[in-house]
Design a protein around this ligand. Structure first.
Ligand code: ZN
Length: 658
């Protein structure tokens, strides 16, 4: 643990609230303190109300914000005296607590305050910091965790036994703090949950957090429970294992009731953890801190028996649901973390971003489990306590905030020729519909074309079977399978009449426009067949298929053969629930092929202006890459759910085609 505080960073802050933002971000930068929306912070300020009266206000982290990236707008101002009065009530139900928080904000357009707001209010310090620090939960998730904490901290912290977050926890903390806090108290440890620090200013509160967690880390080091790095193991790879992963994704998607992304992590740490002899004990205790449950579920699945996992989840629900205060509806029973001796750690989510959060959380969980094991045994909270948080309305609200999933959420698309023109536009259209997109191109710029968890750009020469197989394996390891394939890559050589068309030129066009696509279809077929909603293939053809032009023999013949290949695939793959349709664009000028000069020359050749040339079709409209891409994406969607083997022009109407 080291303090990230810098006087230069702090002196740039113009107000106490900005200082609060500054140290909150410092906490958020340290993943061993705070992960994905975990933890919260606050500052107590005095502000003038509309009548000019001074009033104490608690600025507390709003829900939906991450400490790492929080801004002043992420803190919700709530009337402090009201919160302190609430803490004295004997009982306050969750919905009423949220109502009280929201109705005592001093501004309307702010996020809902953290459910730990009352807890922040009762601590008599201007600054309060709260994290779910790894070292603290490693130590408190052991049989004698409380004794260890008292041993480490003496009278510098107040120790709070586990109580579910919310009003009851705030009340208990208020009582314990009043009874036990002394002149040396600088923090509060919540067993199986996390830690609070507090202080008179931002630096003091932040550095106390660092000091307290540092002492827990030192304790782990002194007890030989810090260094848990495994010895090297060998990961298996290959197309066979990729197919097994896609089968697993298919089973998990069925159990979930929607398609999911499954990201494989076959690093040394994940693999050796999954291969441990005691895995069925140490990984089946429960999460490191209860709020992880909404991301990871209570238990990881060991191996690949999804039906058994679902049955176990159902039993868990049926055991604890009757003990809940009000009736609950069972969430989907699919696992979010899979530990498998061959695959390693697989993280499951409705998007690649979600799967990434799950993987991050479990990456820290493995360290916590191993460190607690080294202390004598990892012991998580009883299942009942985890159930209460998993089915707590206020936690569920965090997930619902994600809103309605997009059309292709949890699905994976592969686009060829993706670095420019129609291919690039297809990447955009598919990402916009929530798909994870694998973009292939000969041009290396494809790798850095987009940021974000949902995008994987790979340089790949499609005439090399070995290169493509490697790319496909990498795609499946990243996202778990393949649902959509957009065959876009192709070349259009300059005009050349048949009598001078060289065999080599002809074969080159065939290799890229036709042979490569056969290979792609063949290699992708086993994965498309496992697509939870059925596989979809879109072929970007050409107007030259129905209406060829002179001087384009190789191009027209290759696209016509590809079109016929697609029609045969439609016949053969219907029983595998794979649809395949073709698009025939024409005169799409916003691609790399068309420079201003070429366009001007062609327009002049036909005696037209550039604008007339671009719109030289029945509808007198310009066809853009985006128009083609949007249609390609729609062909993968529900609108075309009952269409296969079709070929559709997207050309503004061409009299020869019509
Ligand atoms: Zn907490």
């Amino acid at each position: 643990m080291h303090s990230r505080w810098e006087d230069s960073g702090a002196s740039a802050c113009g107000s106490e609230l900005e200082l609060r933002v500054y140290t909150s971000r410092l906490l958020g930068q340290d993943k061993s303190l705070v992960l994905h929306g975990g933890g919260n912070t606050s500052v107590k300020l005095v502000e003038k109300d509309i009548f000019g009266e001074e009033e104490p206000i608690l600025y507390v982290k709003g829900s939906g914000w991450d400490l790492e990236t929080i801004a002043a707008a992420g803190f919700t101002p709530v009337r402090l005296e009201h919160l302190k009065a609430l803490a004295k009530l004997p009982i306050l139900a969750d919905p009423e607590m949220v109502n009280q928080l929201v109705t005592h904000q001093t501004r309307a357009a702010v996020p809902v305050p953290s459910v730990e707001a009352i807890l922040h209010a009762i601590l008599p310090y201007p600054y309060v910091d709260h994290t779910h620090a790894d070292a603290i939960i490693a130590i408190t998730n052991t049989a004698d965790g409380e004794a260890r904490v008292r041993d480490i901290y003496g009278d510098t912290v107040v120790v709070i036994p586990y109580v579910m977050p919310g009003f009851d926890l705030a009340r208990l903390c208020a009582e314990r703090f009043a009874a036990e806090a002394g002149p040396n108290t600088i923090g509060m440890v919540l067993l199986n949950h996390g830690i609070f620090s507090f202080g008179q200013n931002a630096k003091e509160s932040y550095e106390r957090m660092i000091e307290l967690v540092g002492r827990a880390e030192d304790y782990l080091k002194r007890h030989s429970a810090w260094d848990v790095a495994p010895s090297a193991v060998t990961a298996a790879h290959g197309m066979e294992l990729a197919r097994e992963l896609a089968k697993l994704r298919s089973d998990i998607s069925k159990a979930a009731g929607f398609p999911v992304i499954v990201a494989r992590h076959a690093d040394n740490k994940s693999l050796s953890f999954a291969r441990r002899a005691d895995i069925s004990t140490i990984a089946q205790q429960g999460p490191a801190t209860p709020d992880h449950v909404i991301r990871t579920k209570r238990l990881p699945m060991l191996g690949r028996d999804v039906a058994a996992y679902v049955e176990g989840y159902r039993r868990y629900f049926e055991t604890y649901e009757p003990q809940a205060k009000e009736r609950k509806t069972m969430l989907d029973a699919a696992p979010r973390v899979v530990l498998d001796a061959s695959l390693g750690l697989c993280a499951v989510g409705r998007s690649a971003q979600e799967a990434g959060i799950v993987a991050d959380i479990y990456d820290h969980t493995m360290d916590i489990i191993l460190r607690a094991t080294a202390l004598g045994g990892y012991r998580a909270l009883p299942a009942k306590d985890i159930f209460d948080v998993e089915y707590w309305d206020l936690e569920q609200a965090k997930l619902r905030k994600g809103g309605k999933p997009l059309a292709f959420s949890g699905e994976v698309a592969l686009v060829t020729g993706a670095a420019s023109g129609i291919g690039k536009a297809c990447v955009e259209s598919l990402l916009a519909r929530g798909a994870a997109v694998v973009a292939l191109d000969l041009d290396a710029k494809v790798t850095a074309m987009k940021n974000g968890a949902n995008f994987l750009g790979l340089q790949c020469d499609l005439t090399s079977e070995a290169q493509f197989k490697q790319a496909l394996e990498q795609a499946v390891a990243s996202f778990g399978g393949l649902d959509m394939l957009v065959l876009n890559a192709g070349i259009f050589p300059g005009g050349c009449r048949i009598e001078s068309l060289q065999t080599e030129e002809w074969q080159k066009v065939m290799r890229i426009n036709l042979d490569a696509n056969l290979m792609l279809m063949r290699e992708c077929h086993p994965f498309l067949k496992l697509a939870p909603r059925g596989g979809r293939v879109v072929v970007i053809g050409s107007k030259n298929v129905p209406a060829p032009g002179p001087g384009a023999a190789a191009y027209s013949a290759s696209k016509a053969a590809l079109n016929q290949l697609a029609r045969v695939a439609a016949l053969e793959w219907g029983s595998d629930n794979i649809r395949i349709n073709s698009l025939h664009p024409n005169a799409v000028f916003d691609t790399g092929l068309w420079t201003e000069e070429v366009l001007a020359a062609r327009a002049k050749h036909y005696g037209l202006t550039v604008d007339e040339y671009k719109k030289n079709n029945v509808l007198k409209t310009e066809v853009t890459s985006r128009d083609v891409a949007e249609l390609a994406a729609e062909m993968c969607g529900s609108l075309f759910a009952k269409t296969t083997g079709a070929w559709l022009p997207v050309d503004g109407g061409n009299d020869r085609v019509i």
